[in-house]
Write a protein that binds this ligand. Structure first.
Ligand SMILES: Cc1cc2nc3c(=O)[nH]c(=O)nc-3n(C[C@H](O)[C@H](O)[C@H](O)COP(=O)(O)O)c2cc1C
Length: 331
């Protein structure tokens, strides 16, 4: 069975990618994911705030004339608040790329195109095969226009692209008024891949304590419908590779995403819920689905249910919505 796929110009043995998440901060888990059949791994993000914190430390050290950087770091306990600091992050990349043959993708998470994006170059120098840029930004400033928000994404991408030669994927959320056009603009600005979608933090309210609840629900399979729609619309219409992210629980979602046109399928919540060994059941389930239909290659199904390839592309659009609403309850 040929499950190979291309993502960001890289050849992957299969499309199952362990998405950015805490388990990928452990070298042992990365090695296990390779053994269990993952096609690639994305490391958890290093955050703009962490990098700027580190840069501030460096400046402070220069100002006070301390020449022992490592020793002086211990004077700043706030650094310990982050799981992996920028120095250890680069070390993780070095150790991971030395230990496994599958692509290791570093992840940068930020909201501005300031100096921190230079860190992308260090990710490259540490040996990462690619970098995923998670632009996480809630435009709560009411003066900010949609156009300005979009431009910010483009500017961050261009700054990172100018800093590195390795491929750059952009992970975005679904909250743009015209996702198709945004995707094309990112494509034109040099994105090698688009990851659809990030899940934005959404606070809840605790009615007993009258306090905001800032926890994180793991995703559920029904959340795959929104990425499925946009992957289907974009497949074959942008140069960038397409990664599906959100709601992959079983091989069912994996197959759907591939049919819609994803080049790779990422999973994080399911690995947290079921353990890293779940990647193996996703891979086996995909192989089984293909074999049961006498299909010997992933390429034969990828994108065959996309907007471009289905006989009635309106099924992706408004006409179908009207049919569904009016037909609800009728069989
Ligand atoms: C506990 C947890 C930690 C995460 N950490 C990161 C991260 O560091 N960087 C990132 O880009 N996405 C992060 N994500 C988002 C996931 O990579 C993924 O995009 C999202 O959870 C949707 O995929 P899923 O439905 O398979 O979980 C995290 C998600 C979870 C649940």
């Amino acid at each position: 069975m040929d499950l190979t796929t291309r993502y960001l110009g890289l050849e992957l043995r299969n499309p199952l990618v362990a998405g950015a998440g805490p388990f990928n901060a452990e070298l042992d888990n990365i090695k296990r994911l390779e053994d269990l059949g993952a096609g690639a791994v994305v490391l958890p993000s290093i955050f703009e705030e962490q990098i700027e914190h580190e840069q501030q430390l460096m400046e402070d050290l220069i100002t006070v004339g301390t020449d022992s950087y490592a020793e002086a770091l211990t004077y700043f306990p706030s650094q310990a608040a982050y799981a992996v600091d920028p120095v250890r992050y680069l070390d993780l990349i070095r150790r991971a790329t030395a230990a496994v043959d599958i692509p290791v993708i570093g992840s940068l998470n930020g909201a501005t195109d300031h100096g921190w994006v230079e860190y992308a170059r260090q990710i490259e120098e540490a040996g990462a095969d690619a970098v995923e840029l998670n632009i996480y930004f809630i435009p709560s400033d009411l003066d900010l226009t949609g156009r300005a928000v979009e431009q910010r994404y483009i500017d961050i991408l261009k700054t990172v692209k100018a800093a590195v030669r390795i491929p750059v994927a952009v992970k975005i959320g679904p909250y743009f008024s015209a996702i198709g056009n945004m995707a094309r603009e990112l494509d034109k600005a040099g994105a090698d891949g688009l990851v659809l979608f990030n899940r934005f933090y959404q606070p809840d309210i605790d009615l007993e304590r009258l306090a905001l609840v800032s926890d994180l629900d793991l995703s559920r399979p029904n959340e795959c419908r929104l990425p499925l729609l946009w992957l289907g619309v974009l497949a074959g219409r942008v140069k960038a590779s397409l990664a599906a992210s959100t709601g992959v629980d079983s091989a069912v979602e994996v197959v759907k995403y591939l049919l819609a046109g994803a080049d790779v399928v990422m999973t994080t919540s399911a690995l947290l819920r079921e353990g890293v060994q779940h990647i193996q059941s996703l891979r086996d389930g995909l192989e089984h689905w293909l074999a049961a239909r006498g299909i010997h290659s992933l390429a034969a199904i990828r994108g065959c249910m996309s907007h471009r390839n289905i006989p009635d592309p309106m099924a992706f659009e408004r006409a179908n919505y009207i049919r569904i609403l009016q037909g609800y309850g009728r069989k």
